[in-house]
Design a protein around this ligand. Sequence first.
Ligand SMILES: [Mn+2]
Length: 327
Amino acid sequence: MAFSYPPIDEEILNVLRNREEFVIVGHVSPDGDCISSQMAMKALLMKMGKTVHLANAGPFDRAEIAHLRADFLTHIDVDLHRRDPVVVVVDCSARERLGHLAKEMEGLTTVIFDHHSSGEQFGTYRYIIPRSVSTTLIIMQLYKALAIEITEEVAEHLFFGFATDTGFFRFINAYRGETLRMAAELVDLGVSPNMINTKMTGGKNLSYIKYLGKLIDRSEPHLEGKLMTSCSYLSDNGQFITTDKPSDALYSMLLSIKDVQVVLFFKELSEGTTEVGFRASHQSQIDVGALAESFGGGGHKKAAGATIQLPIEIAQKNLLDAVEKLI
Ligand SMILES: [Mn+2]
């Protein structure tokens, strides 16, 4: 029952070995795992002597990654496309989650490294391991397969993505010793979990904490307390720094309420556009990844997201109806 990573196809390794120019792409609204995977993949290809570009449609609105914005292209322009680079997609298996870059990379050889289970398959080559707790640990397999040394800097990227997606070890299940052994290997390469935790959780503004308080204040139970919702409105933008997302803290607080199975967080992006965050409790049978997918989004069984082209009140009503059918 213990899990281990399957070998990476020789075909994929050969594309990385034989081609010269690469664009590494991640999903929109990148998180720690996405950005760290992009950085670690860049370091790997640089070590192999390749020409490498990073691209992400953004926005870089999470505090822990905001300082990296300048390292990323926002477009694959015509000149770059003409040189026929290989596109390496990390932490994303649904084309829609690439934003405008999806269209810009059409016609290029595409290799996907990911751990999301939802979404319609795309790409020329794929190494998708839904049981991997983070995409960075998939990139770590690639370092091993290509026998490239993991430097301390790369180890930090790999650990950072792992720490983000496991809620700092909290979401790891039984029989997953391989994950802890890989984390231990990274710590022995010089990573300080203590320092990574400070990087992930520290440095916040007071306004962020007050915004979190507001979101908790607006939370409401539905379906006899099995569903909790909260929402963020356009009018919050003037009052709080809403670009620092307190959603992870919000989810863990609302999921800690007795009997809660699903948490939905609605964020009004514009008059007619609503971003929805989905979380399911550990005990819940509901697959929020599939639910998000039915609204044009995607993700995992326990955590997912979707952007819906409807006003926030209507998006809320539609989601409530959908969850009621599942509970
Ligand atoms: Mn991830």
